[in-house]
Structure formats: structure tokens, C-alpha cells
Design a protein around this ligand. Sequence first.
Ligand code: NDP
Length: 505
Amino acid sequence: MMQQAVADYFARFGVPMEVVSFVDRPIGHFIDGRETVATADRIDLVEPFTRSRLTGVVNGTAADVDMAVASARGALAGPWGKMSALDRQKLILRLAAAMETDADVLAHLEAIGVGKAISDARLIDVPGSIANLEYFAGWTSKLDGRTTNAVALPGESFTYTIKEPVGVVAAIVPWNFPLQILSWKLAAALACGCTVVCKPSELTPLSAMRLAHLASKVGFPDGVINVVNGYGHVIGQALASHRGIDKLSFTGSTRVGTSVGKTALETMKRLTLELGGKSPVIVTGKADLDIAASAILVGIFMNSGQVCDAGSRVYADASIHEELLARLRTGAEDMPIGAGLDPNSKITPLVSSAHRSSVLQHIDAAHAEGAVLVTGEGSGGGGREDGILQPTIFDQCSEKMGIFREEIFGPVLGVSRVNTLDDAVERANSSIYGLAAAIYSDSVDETIALSRRLKAGNIYINAHGLVDPTMPFGGLGASGFGKDMGPEQLDGFLSTKSVYVQLNR
Ligand code: NDP
């Protein structure tokens, strides 16, 4: 049973009964086409705004992973593996349509689970996830190999390649965009004919479970999409080391990704690692400051800063530094703060008390290291009862400070003044990460030149955080390797077989 504070919160914002009945029960796994009954051993799910118990999710074990992998292997060898590409395409489109019908429920589950703004869940998370499925559905029928003209073989031969699904995929996803990041992995894996075992964060399992139910309802064969819940060090670890998993697609922190990657390589799994970031933002003297300020605010404060490619360190040209800072300050102070379910909120609670404490420690360190507070949380701040942190901006930051080196994953922006573009580029590229970078300038020459010089997998010009299914997303350096989305992702879920036929023997 959910605690009274959560029930009151739901009543205040008119949460639909369908949502309430989906969350107000023990949450199990989804294995082999059905939800397992949650055992007595459960992990408490805490609603981030009220910080009260919402429900319990099954605390899974390695034996549950074994069951899910066996089911996924069975589906691969059985109905799913035998299905024509066009039928697979139709099923993926049916799932996308079912999500469209269920969009309001899914948006509520994201807002309730993560604590995020429901307006963002409605505008970004849910439609973005649907778009991914729709885009990749089209690829199912276009995964052809090649015929080649052999150039070094004696006699006559016929040589060609075949693309085959890589097999069973483990998709390990974080808590900040649970549905959307899952859809990044699921859509391409299904298009390629793989089956999937998903591991959501133990903090946010709701939308993945809902998706699995919807897939089953629209006719996906049992075992194609499985969800195993529980702690990362148990379920994630079991997936990374499992011999029945062929490919591991992981999104999460660099620390966990490094260890998961090592484990996966012990069984020679194919591997994609989408990891952390500390993305730089360069604002030149030729920038439109209205555009720059509003996009920078979105780039750092969207999802209350819990975004992997958040633009968290700004290098502002000396000629516009003061003016930009003034606009950033006003914009941050005007941001609507409140409950995730309030359609007017933009800054909402962080996902958990533990994560909030970690962000506060970074803020305290910034104060102690000499960064100058422009607006937001003072040192020893975080006095609110509701899990929210105010949008916080520091000026006079440098790479010697943690605020310019470490991923904070909260609503905290650092700014520094630069005198030349060379200086800005050198400092922007000094991070171990390379996930994204943003450039603000009205000069085409300047933006193109900077986009070539910056060390990052994703470059945004006069904008931040744009995502499209056609565009590969992924990082360099400590931000990992491999891509989600775009045609580039497909190869990660396919293996290429080369066939030689000797003719006229
Ligand atoms: P974590 O690395 O803590 O966790 C990510 C996932 O891995 C979770 O499902 C977690 O499960 C699981 N996990 C934890 N420990 C292990 C383990 N030993 N073996 C296998 N799996 C494990 O990241 P967060 O969930 O805290 O997410 C935030 C991080 O994700 C940030 O660093 C952010 O930058 C990154 N991220 C990267 C993105 C990208 O595309 N590059 C996009 C979004 C986020 P559990 O939570 O149950 O412990």
C-alpha cells in the first residue's frame, strides 16, 4: 500500500485511476510474457516529491536473470526468430501505437518514478520513445548484406555477406530517462531481430514494466522483451557476466560502466557504453544572448540537471560575460519550481535523497573552492522539505575546481570568462569526458570551425540537448563508446557473416 502522503499527492493532481492501480501493488519482473508475482523480498520505491513509500519492487536474484535469459533465447530460436521482417516491423509499429494510446499513463509513470516535470514527460520522454520505435520499425526490412566482386580469389567465386541478429541483448538503463533510454536500445535491438532482457534502475522500474505489458498485449511473442528488477550490483552484474547474453548495451555512470564493461569482455560480449559527461558550452562575442541564455538554461536545468549531456560549464567571451550572466541569473530565478505532477513545474525534486545529498556536497565544495555564487543554493543549503534544489549558478569557476571537472548530475551551472576562442577550446577539451558540447554564435564560420575543434560525440549549435532518432548519440573518452540511435546503432545489434562460394570446381 502506498503511504498516505503519496495518496494525497496523487489526489491533489488528479492522477488517473489506471495509473494508481498500476503503481499501488507490488511490482514483479516481466519474464516470458507475464509479470511474476513479487516475492516478499522487495525494495521500497520512494516517491521523490513526498519522499514517502510508493510501493515495493521485487529484489531480483541471479536465478531470475537465468529465467529471463532462457526465455529470451527460446524466443530467438522460436517464433520471433522465425518471424518475417515485415511482420516484425508491424509489431514494433503496433507497440508504438499502443504507447501513443497509453501516453498519459506513461507520462504519469515517468513523473511519479523520477520526480520529473510531467510537462517534460509529455513533451519529450513519451513522444521521443514512440518516435524511436517508429523510426527503427522501418529498418527491419532494410538490413541487407552485400554481394561482392572478389578481387583476389583464383577461379570463379560468388561472395556475399549476411546480416544476422547478434542474439540476446541485455539493456541496462539509468533512472533519469527510464523510458526514453530504454527505447533507444529496445527499438534498434527489436528491428535487428534480437530479443532483450532489460534492467531498469531499481529506483525507476515503472515505465519499463508498463512497456513490457503493452508489448505483450499487442502480440509480441513471450520472451522477446523481459524486464528483471532489482539492484544493479546483483541483476546488472549477473547480466554482464551471463554466457547467454550476446550483447550488452549499458547507459549509466563512467564508474559503473567501466566495471560492467570489464565483466562483459570476460565472456566476449559485444558492448556499447553510454556514460557520463561534463559538457562544455562556448559563448562567443558574436552570440545572440537571448537565444544563448534561454538554451543554456534548458541545457543545464532540464530534468533538474539530471541529464547526461547537460551543458554544465560555460566559457563566456569577456565581451559578453557580464551580460550573459545577468540573463542566466534572471532566467534561473524565474524557473517554476514544484512537484513533478504539477503541469507548471520545471524544476522538480531530484530522484532520491541520496542523490540530492551528493549534489549538495558538490555545491558545498564549489563554495569552499572559491567559486562565486550567482544564484541558488548557498553553502550548507538544501533546506527544503520536498527534495528540490534551486537552480544554482556559480561564476569564476576553473578546471582546478570540482564544479568544472566532475559530473554533478543536478541543477548546478559553472561559468568562466575567457579572452580568446583558442583558450575556450583548450579548456573545453581538457575534460576526461567527451559526450557533448554547445556553441553559441551568429557567425557560421565560427560555429563550423569550433564544431570541428571540440572533442565531443554530439555538438549543439545555438541549442542544447536536441535528440532525433536519425542522429547517433554517444561519446568519446570517459563518456564511452558505441552509439544509440541513427543507422550507426544497427551494427551493434547485428553480426555480419561472410559467405564464399567456389564456382566451377
Ligand atoms: P549508474 O551507473 O549508477 O547505474 C546505471 C545502471 O547500471 C542502473 O540500472 C544500475 O542499477 C546499474 N548498475 C549499478 N551497478 C551495477 C553493476 N555493478 N553491474 C551492472 N549494472 C549496475 O548510473 P545512474 O543510474 O546513477 O545514472 C546516472 C549516470 O548515467 C550519469 O553518470 C549519467 O551521465 C549517465 N547517463 C549517460 C547517458 C548517455 O547516453 N551517455 C544518458 C543518461 C545517463 P541500479 O540503479 O539498480 O543500481
